[in-house]
Design a protein around this ligand. Structure first.
Ligand code: HEM
Length: 217
């Protein structure tokens, strides 16, 4: 398993697999096979894949630890960047066909329709995460600050779920499923952080837990 995860070909396969949904949408666009409402099909397809890639990215750390496969980290940057890739196209399907590339009309709509406001917030938050995803930026910011900044991916995922929940008219099953996944991942993360902190405290307290000596008593 480890040799598969560390192979450069696995990265190539994951990269190409991540492009498949995009390829299918482009193929359907050029063969006029997007159904009665092509814009809606593109918006829904790219929106769905943004949310899926966000959830996949959030799954990597728990899976690394639970399955004891630290090599999974090799794919986190790629899946996160694919979330950004799909949201860019998602945004373009809105800015172009919906708003005719009129930025001021778009900003008015962002202020008017709450589901667009929340989606836009998620998109804007993803921009700095995509920019600072490189090793150079980790060095520049320092590991601690970089990790703090990148925790914003949870906010992006929550914004994505709320955006989805608010836009569906009747059947809220799918947004609720995504919501449950994001909530479970967030709870796991908080629990892991608390357990790590307890372990650090125990390790830090260990020397002083020793019986006091003549000097310390
Ligand atoms: C992280 C950011 C975002 C995520 C995760 C996301 C996700 C989604 C999802 C899952 C859908 C529904 C797909 C379906 O029904 O199968 C959707 C629809 C939509 N999204 Fe987003 N979105 C995001 C950002 C945005 C932004 C920035 C805009 C525009 C400013 C936007 C505009 C729309 C529109 C117009 C629809 C279709 C609404 C309808 O059919 O009535 N989204 N999005």
């Amino acid at each position: 398993m480890r040799s598969i995860l560390t192979s450069k070909w696995t990265k190539v396969v994951v990269f190409l697999a991540s492009l498949v949904p995009f390829g299918i949408l482009v193929w359907r666009l050029f063969t006029s096979n997007l159904g009665p409402n092509p814009v809606e099909t593109l918006q829904h397809g790219t929106g769905d894949w943004t949310l899926r890639f966000l959830v996949i990215t959030l799954c990597i750390t728990p899976f690394r630890r639970l399955l004891k496969l630290p090599e999974l980290i090799r794919f986190r940057r790629m899946t996160g960047l694919f979330a950004f890739f799909y949201v860019c196209f998602h945004f373009l399907t809105y800015l172009g066909p919906d708003q005719s590339f009129d930025v001021s009309a778009m900003l008015k709509d962002v202020g008017k329709r709450p589901f667009i406001t929340v989606g836009f917030l998620g998109f804007i938050l993803l921009v700095p995460l995509a920019i600072t995803s490189t090793a150079g930026w980790i060095r520049r910011l320092g590991g601690r600050r970089w990790r703090m900044l990148h925790r914003a991916i949870y906010v992006v995922a929550i914004a994505g779920v709320i955006h989805y929940y608010w836009l569906v008219k009747s059947d809220v099953h799918k947004p609720l499923e995504y919501g449950a996944m994001v909530a479970a991942l967030l709870i796991w993360r908080v629990a892991a952080w608390l357990s790590d902190r307890r372990k650090r405290q125990v390790a830090g307290a260990a020397p002083t837990a020793e019986p006091p000596t003549a000097e310390t008593a």
